[in-house]
Design a protein around this ligand. Structure first.
Ligand code: C5P
Length: 250
């Protein structure tokens, strides 16, 4: 039995569409996007994970979601195929951080954060523990909520750009894999630290709401500037179609 030519043509067209869509997903840098699950209930976190499953993006579990769910959520999301960025920004004496990271890294988290202000010894011991578990360790330099006045309040008198580079270099010497920094700091950091991972929040697609982010860059501009991973929250999690919002970033 032969199919009418127009039916065969339509099937060919559909197959071509599917191949093109798959190719677009494979070629797009979605695997460099970390979706921040800043939600106040576990059911919504699960719903978002289901909607984003199979795209190749990472998920970020921050303090709020971790406080609600504990460590079990990491395992659940890993079993759905996601890489996990556990953004708890640890800062304590070296022994306490080391012992805590032993537990967190064993949970299967792929990337964890500590504050660079914890100092060289804290970071070096943290890096050792994480690397034994094959977990990436990132340092938080200066919070983007802080300006020069805030830094002066805590006794830091050099300007923010220099402080960010200073802390990033310390993190590099201590064996960390990279730092979290504003996308606007990336070009300067990239000049000094060519092989370091740079994770950048404050990402907004052109024309979208900036929310409370003061200095934003588009996803492509951040990658072009040298970002390794982009943290994107509300443009995806508050979209009526989170999956499409993610796939439309590039
Ligand atoms: O919704 P939005 O895309 O602004 O979310 C950005 C995420 O990145 C949030 O989870 C926020 O806590 C985090 N972040 C940030 N600025 C930093 C460090 C982390 O916006 N300097």
């Amino acid at each position: 039995m032969t199919c009418p030519a127009d039916k065969i043509g339509y099937i060919c067209y559909l197959r071509k569409m599917v191949i093109t869509m798959n190719l677009q997903e494979r070629l797009s840098p979605i695997s460099q996007v970390i979706v921040a699950l800043d939600v106040d209930n576990i059911a919504r976190a699960h719903e978002l994970a289901r909607l984003l499953q199979g795209t190749g993006c990472w998920l970020k579990i921050g303090m709020e979601l971790y406080a609600l769910s504990g460590i079990s959520l990491i395992d659940e999301f890993k079993s759905l195929g996601f890489h996990i960025f556990l953004d708890l920004k640890l800062h304590d004496i070296p022994t306490t951080v080391e012992r805590t990271l032993r537990v967190l890294a064993a949970s299967g988290a792929d990337m964890i954060t500590v504050h660079c202000l914890g100092g060289y010894d804290m970071m070096a011991r943290a890096a050792d523990v994480c690397h034994q578990a094959d977990t990436l360790l990132m340092g938080v330099t200066v919070l983007t909520s802080m300006d020069e006045k805030h830094l002066a309040d805590i006794g830091v008198t050099q300007d923010i750009d220099n402080q960010v580079v200073h802390l990033a270099q310390l993190a590099h010497r201590a064996g960390l894999d990279g730092v979290v920094a504003s996308a606007h700091e990336v070009p300067n950091l990239r000049k000094q630290l060519t092989e370091f991972l740079l994770v950048t929040p404050g990402i907004r697609p052109a024309g979208s709401e900036t929310n409370d982010q003061a200095r934003v860059l588009t996803p492509q501009a951040a990658l072009d500037a040298g970002s390794s991973y982009l943290v994107v929250g509300r443009p995806i999690t508050q979209s009526p179609d989170p999956r499409q919002a993610l796939l439309s970033l590039f």
